[in-house]
Design a protein around this ligand. Sequence first.
Ligand code: GLC
Length: 470
Amino acid sequence: MKCAPGILLIIFIFISHHAQLQGQSDQPPAAYTQAYHDMLQRVEWWQHDRFGMFIHFGAYSQLEQEEWYKTNKQLSHAEYDGLIADFKPEKTDCRKWAKLAKMAGMKYAILTAKHHEGFCMFDTETTEYKITSHMPGRDIVKEFVEAFRAEGLKVGLYYSVIDWHHPDYPHFGDDYHPSRNDSTYMDTEHDFDNYISYMHEQVRELVTNYGDISIMWFDFSYGDMHGEKWKAKELVEMVRKHQPGIIINNRLGLGNNEDWGIREYNYNMYYTPEQRVPDKPILDKYGNPIPWELCLTTNNNWSFHKDDHQWKSPELIIHTLVKCVANGGNLLFNMGPDKNGEVPEPYWDIYQKIGAWMKVNGESIYGCGPSELGRQDWGYFTRNNNILYAHRMYPHIGYIDIKDYFDRVEQVTVLATGEKALVTESWWGDHSGDTNKLYFNIKTPQNHQIHFNYIMPDDLDTVFRIELKE
Ligand code: GLC
């Protein structure tokens, strides 16, 4: 199903109106309106697709610990390089990763081309610190883009502007560098411009050697290491010269979170909350929604960790995805292959369950966005034009209140099965005086008491499809 551009417009108009009611009535300048409009066009496919896969895979996977290991243990270059020397993930089969993502209903994927450790998962002219030095002929970025495209998924690349390997990246005294406390680097002069040229050249390779790249996911900025420190404008302009339609996240630190506006939309940035779902749409100063994407781990780590068995349940993941869409965001859900490049066993089961739900309920996610009805006791609403989707996650709490839409309801069905729901307008027990309530329930041979609490057919999230009259 193609995203009806109308949904974005409806959200835009509704939220602008809502913001004005709340007193945010600054009239945006024409340049802003143009920048916002252009940005919406660029992110249209992405806001439609809503659900993507993040893949954390690098030489750090060899450690079976975490991708921050080198700095958490403050290892020297020689110590770390000794630990990753055997990294040779010959069993990597990106087609399996792609099948996993597709099975879960994901529509795009982002792979770590280079993480903070500095090891490149692509063949680059700039360094020998790369996968093709360990496994000649195996450019993982190339294998990734080809496999995911073959499954019809869009591809993006994560690239760390921080680099814990390059000799010209500041060592001693840096906030995060593994050698931050190593006094042998105290007087070392780092030619940071040299590092910046190296980093820009690697990004240039990534956006010119691998065909269409839909997203560049930069990571990350801190302290005074942000924005122009990375020559970020030049970097973004170069990326967009080669990939005009690309979407770019906000972690180059070019934007100003308090005053999100023309520059941010022109540089095509979106928000990237991590491990926590925003509880309402994120608005800019004119009250318009800023595109965002939550990134979330499946257990507690991005890269494969041998001792981490704290897997999130399919239920929690589906609820999180719904909550993202209901608040105007996407979900980028992580998978960390093991040191051989294989998908760890637990993912298959978790992703299969998500996929089974998405298969029959995807209509309430793809092409959908927030409805102004907001958070409910029993779950969330999502909306696509004249269809409201009520996600009944907590079936035993409360009734459905669709406020101003009350007179517009055409019919209510259970999305997964298409069966008509029992619907009524009020019941004898409601003495609140507030008659704008809509009750609906599943239909079973025993069930005709609409206001009773019946167990919903899908204990993960039963979706009711509420069709509204135009
Ligand atoms: C953080 C971490 C990093 C991870 C990223 C994913 O910035 O530094 O390890 O890749 O989040 O969002």
